[in-house]
Ligand binder design. Sequence first.
Ligand code: ATP
Ligand code: MG
Length: 356
Amino acid sequence: MILTHLRLKDFRSYENLDISFDPGLTLILGDNAVGKTNLAEAIHYLSLARSWRSKEDGMLLRDGTQGAFISADVSEGKLNRQIGIEIGRQSKKVFLNGKPVRRLSELSRVTNVISFSPSDVPLFVGSPGERRSFLDISLAKRSSDYFALASRYSRLLKERNAALKAYSPDRNVIDALTSQMVATAEPMVRYRMMYVTSLNSVLPDLLTKLRGEKTSCELIYRPFVRGDENFRGRAEKAFLDALESDLAHRSTSVGPHREDFSFKMDGKDIATRGSQGENRLAVLALKLAPCLLVEESEKMPICVLDDVTSELDPGHVESLISVLRGLGQVFVTATKLNIEGASIVDVAANNAIRRI
Ligand SMILES: Nc1ncnc2c1ncn2[C@@H]1O[C@H](COP(=O)(O)OP(=O)(O)OP(=O)(O)O)[C@@H](O)[C@H]1O
Ligand SMILES: [Mg+2]
């Protein structure tokens, strides 16, 4: 997947930007506060119509304006698609080849952008919700079946929580929702287990390359009950055991929405014993690992790495670059970086120009 052309109108600091990109590695360079991260954010936005920095889309509109527009040409082999996203303060619209799409999720099936920013470094030490969200998003990008299951589960969860909050909760309604949730959770947990196994098949080698030394590592996923052939019975029991407490707290306390995973590097838990630099490389490996699971090179995700090199020593920057050269289209923002053969975008005074 290659982003060939990007136009921004009133997005963050960009009043009007019209820029073409090359395949392979592109460095987005410029001094502080010139708009490098804003440009990286716009590319990331093409993936889910969601920013990694702001929950509120209003922040994305250039100060003093009421709407922003992103337009992008993305190619995948011989297939060329044009994506348009109109962002308002309260709403947004996505267009695919000029036609409005009914659901934002359709965008997720068309574009796949993997991003890394300094705010990702505490992924393993941060809240379980952020880890789950990483797993869910990257799995949903890989499998539309999983996407449908996760959407269904989250709808059922909302309904069950609403039923638990009712003035006098209806046990029949709660039981019916519980059994639908268990039925949905079973394949979800299997997908998660398979995905973690796939990630573990590429992670040690990837982290070894990033660290420049032989490294063993493992992503450890803990399903809420064991995902074997007795899953249903166990899951039903787990929901039943938690019911009294769920009724008291008016919220569902067990299920895939409460699961978590951790990361072991050379036998130690990265969250509790990893250094800042080790956490950075572990998160980076986890973020990049899905690229190595893509079988058709045309479908390789676009990677956007914001400010990834600033805290790495020169040896690690070199290792990272050699990993990035083996991926598809990659954008790296930095104040200064010199990489032979990379394309360069110079950002200055909120304008970006591709260096020819
Ligand atoms: N909605 C907005 N409207 C106008 N300007 C904005 C908006 N959001 C952010 N900016 C401004 O855009 C400028 C560039 O921000 P950006 O984060 O892209 O800088 P950067 O080049 O990544 O800098 P650094 O090297 O420090 O990371 C900042 O001065 C910021 O205040
Ligand atoms: Mg920045």
